[in-house]
Design a protein around this ligand. Structure first.
Ligand code: GLY
Length: 319
């Protein structure tokens, strides 16, 4: 477990490199498993995962428990219940999960189910497939005991009705400083798992699916190397297969921070309109190092290890 002293020195080193605008290569933390790290300010989600990890539970259970927190939170407008709908007023959800054996489960364009992450896990565990989509995913969920629910809250309906007055189809950067939730966890046995869940781009076209349920785009875990997850505009992440790219860069020897920076640079290079959008990436490797980087200011992440939780601002490309 990480000591408070290690934790402080890591934080100070991180703050210093951030101030200097450097990659976080000077802070080489010792392995400190278990740990859980998630996109954005997500303390309650991390705590739900930590409750499992701290009792020597499995990282797969931890990431699922963590993802379920924002999914059930009506105030979180980019995930699950209360998520902003598509342009026709439908809340459509994407989620995926991966475990330490490289098994994967995913649902896309799923409606009426509050916990898509748990449906994704059941796709992984109960079917010969990786991804179920739309009506088929809904039928599978209902057949496996999930309840059909209305996920549009009064507040998200009002936001949609306000949006319809102008119907401007433009992603909002760092929506309420919150967006797709990606979670990576390493348990006491040094096994990695990851989860990713979202209601996707607000006011998207009906049927649009983003990066979050695409294995390798929104999430990738390789127990030999580590894991990565993404948040932000899915189209940009999908074109680069962002999470897989980060894990492969780590396999080639880059630290998580270097890998996240390289992946974001590649996305920027092939996205002329990058100034108007946001992508954030988060990664952890087997050495217990972590990294985070985004296109623009405003991406943060939550790390819990040794029972302590810290929310940190990520370094970013657009200085
Ligand atoms: N990253 C979530 C989405 O674009 O749908």
């Amino acid at each position: 477990m990480i000591s408070r002293r290690d934790w402080l020195s890591r934080s100070l080193a991180g703050a210093l490199v951030t101030r200097l605008g450097l990659s976080e290569t000077v802070a080489q933390p010792k392995p400190s498993f278990p740990l859980i790290i998630s996109t954005w300010n997500n303390r309650r989600a991390n705590e739900a995962g930590w409750a499992i990890l701290s009792k020597k539970g499995r990282s797969l259970d931890a990431v699922e428990a963590a993802a379920r927190v924002p999914e059930a939170d009506p105030k979180d407008t980019s995930v699950g219940y209360g998520g902003l709908p598509d342009r026709d007023g439908n809340v459509t959800l994407d989620a995926c999960i991966m475990d330490e054996q490289g098994r994967a489960g995913s649902v896309s364009f799923l409606q009426h189910i509050m916990h898509p992450i748990s449906v994704a896990r059941q796709v992984m565990e109960k079917t010969p497939h990786v991804m179920l989509s739309g009506e088929g995913a809904l039928q599978f969920a209902l057949a496996n005991g999930f309840k059909k629910e209305n996920l549009l809250t009064d507040s998200s309906r009002k936001a949609w009705e306000d949006w319809k007055k102008e119907s401007k189809y433009k992603p909002v950067v760092n929506i309420e400083r919150h967006d797709t939730i990606g979670v990576l966890a390493v348990d006491a046995n040094s096994n990695f798992s990851g989860a990713c869940t979202t209601s996707g781009l607000a006011y998207k076209m009906h049927g649009r699916v983003g990066d979050s349920p695409i294995i390798g785009a929104g999430l990738f875990v390789d127990n030999e190397i580590g894991g990565a997850c993404a948040t932000g505009l899915g189209e940009v992440v999908m074109r680069a297969l962002g999470a897989f790219l980060v894990v492969e860069l780590m396999r080639q020897g880059k630290t998580p921070q270097q890998a996240c920076e390289e992946a974001i640079r590649r996305m920027v290079k092939k996205t002329p309109e990058y100034r108007d959008l946001q992508v954030g990436i988060l990664a952890v490797n087997r050495a217990g190092q972590y990294g985070a980087y985004s296109i623009q200011k405003g991406f943060n992440y939550t790390l819990t290890t040794g029972g302590e939780t810290l929310v940190r601002e990520a370094d970013f490309f657009m200085k």
